[in-house]
Design a protein around this ligand. Structure first.
Ligand code: NAD
Length: 496
């Protein structure tokens, strides 16, 4: 496979190589080129050039659309390879990469290619007031050079969301995958190259964030940074970007709440809540790591939920029967263990899980059992901080006002899910919950048509939908005087 960087339409090998680890065995699976600041400089120059002087900036919308559709098709043509590589590199069960990550990545390119013309429609506004007559033409232009920095939990999917929107809007991009999970981004480089995009339109740099982040995010030639990742790194990027005032999108962490009312369909709520915390080993920004259950059904819910959680099948990610793989890395596993141990020491009760699995075949990997905690207090770190693992706190509530307070007692505000048969109550609650996305009787549905993004410490800006797409554009207002039979006011102002 390609293990090199992709800059200015060429693959570039670097003398230094970085190991890529398989989290289910701890073994090295690849050695890939790693960018330093010289490669960042080259990538910025080539992206800038492709926008200002190159072919990419001059294409018609139709030509642009066709290139992006070729990327979508390229992903589908490489779907099996991408699914198994993503699974190998992240530890995600292959069932998830095959049916979610890879087809959704292709669908993002297809959707934004097919809708760019609709979203880029020009608007014309007539001004006809007593002091002026004018016409304003509102024009959507690309931002220019956009840096896309993505995390390791959905490497290809989040890269594809960002790249599809940015390219469809006409930008040149520099994609920086997480250095833990560069493999599918490097295949994407090959797909882009095979699609024949003009040189410099797409640059893909595997790199360590702290080594290249400052150069990448503060350079004057970069117009925008679209970041998905942790709160701590997001704050660093905001600092770098402030030196030259850049447009930013920040998709950061979460501590989302699932709320289950006594009138919910219990089976559907239990099964949905299991997915909402255990898919991808709980390494989801929108993980419902706090579940609130109404007191009348609390015991029943806990019994059902923990019995099913204990049945989730841990195993090798490449096995289609596997329902949960390893966590991404040893530090991630250690972080999860330390949160659980601390919560236990503070009085939380472990209802199921709470440790690495016993099976000898999983011992070398970074596995951790699906874990259910009760008796968690809102003051505990496990209730307030993002654990990013298969660990859920389940808490009892009685009144709707109480659950609104509990759910909103978080610095984050990314997502929530509500389980009830009463749609009026659900809509009322959705309006009161601090979250950018609220799911009712479902979880985790992302649509290319609908915007997604958080509030508060979960960040700002949207991805997907018209609103997400337009983030990657800048709005120009061209005003033409339309004063009939006379001259505009500025003509007379000084009386000359
Ligand atoms: P992370 O913040 O450690 O890394 C994200 C990216 O930033 C990586 O590519 C990394 O190399 C890069 N990076 C690190 N230091 C940098 C620096 N100084 N300058 C520039 N870039 C730098 O996040 P992670 O551990 O990869 O992912 C997990 C986090 O991502 C969680 O907090 C999760 O909630 C968040 N996340 C959020 C969303 C969302 O949509 N809100 C989606 C997925 C993940």
């Amino acid at each position: 496979m390609n293990t090199n960087l992709y800059i200015n339409g060429e693959f570039k090998e670097t003398p230094n190589k970085q190991d890529v680890i398989n989290p289910s065995t701890g073994e090295v699976i690849a050695k890939v080129s790693i960018a330093e600041n010289a490669e960042v400089e080259y990538a910025i120059k080539s992206a800038r050039n492709s926008i200002d002087y190159g072919l990419w900036g001059k294409l018609s919308l139709d030509e642009r659309k066709n290139f992006i559709l070729k990327i979508s098709q390229g992903i589908l043509d490489h779907a099996a390879e991408l699914a198994s590589l993503e699974s190998l590199n992240t530890g995600k069960p292959i069932k998830e990469t095959t049916f979610m990550d890879i087809p959704s990545s292709a669908a993002a390119f297809e959707y934004f290619a097919n809708n760019l013309e609709k979203y880029l429609v020009k608007e014309s506004i007539e001004i006809n007031s007593s002091i002026a007559k004018a016409q304003g033409n509102l024009i959507r232009e690309p931002q220019g050079v956009v840096v896309l920095i993505v995390p390791w939990n959905y490497p290809l999917l989040i890269a594809s969301w960002k790249m599809a929107q940015a390219l469809a809007a006409g930008n040149a991009v520099i994609l920086k995958p997480s250095s833990l999970t560069p493999l599918t981004a490097l295949i994407l480089a090959k797909i882009v190259n095979d699609a024949g995009l003009p040189a410099g339109a797409v640059n893909i740099l595997n790199a360590d964030g702290d080594t290249v982040g400052k150069t990448l995010c503060s350079d004057k030639r970069v117009d925008m940074v679209s970041f998905t990742g942790s709160n701590a790194v997001g704050k660093k990027i905001m600092e770098y970007a402030s030196s030259n005032v850049k447009k930013l999108i920040m998709e950061l962490g979460g501590k989302s709440a699932g709320i289950v009312f006594k009138d919910a369909d219990l089976e559907s709520a239990v099964n949905g809540c299991l997915c909402s915390i255990f898919l991808n080993q709980g390494q989801m920004c929108t993980a419902m790591s706090r579940i609130f259950v109404q007191d009348e059904i609390y015991d029943n819910f806990i019994n059902n939920f923990s019995a099913k959680a204990a049945r989730i099948k841990l195993g090798k990610p490449e096995d289609f029967e596997t329902q949960m793989g390893p966590l991404m890395s040893r530090p991630q596993l250690e972080k999860v263990i330390s949160y659980v141990q601390k919560a236990k020491a503070q009085g939380a009760k472990i209802v199921c899980g709470g440790k690495a699995p016993d099976g000898a075949s999983l011992k070398q990997g970074f596995f951790f059992e699906p874990t259910v905690l009760t008796q968690v207090l809102p003051s505990m770190a496990i209730f307030r901080e993002e654990v990013f693992g298969p660990v859920v706190c389940i808490t009892k509530f009685s009144a709707i006002e109480e659950v609104i307070k509990l759910a909103n007692a978080s610095d984050f505000a990314l997502a929530a899910s509500i389980w009830t048969k009463d749609s009026t109550k659900a809509q009322h609650l959705a309006a009161q919950i601090n979250a950018g996305t609220v799911w009712i009787n479902t979880y985790g549905m992302f649509f290319n048509e609908l915007p997604y993004g958080g509030f508060k410490q979960s960040g700002f800006g949207k991805e997907l939908g018209k609103e997400g797409f337009l983030e990657y554009t800048r709005l120009k207002n061209v005003i033409t005087d339309k004063t009939q039979d006379s001259k505009p006011l500025v003509n007379y102002w000084y009386g000359f």
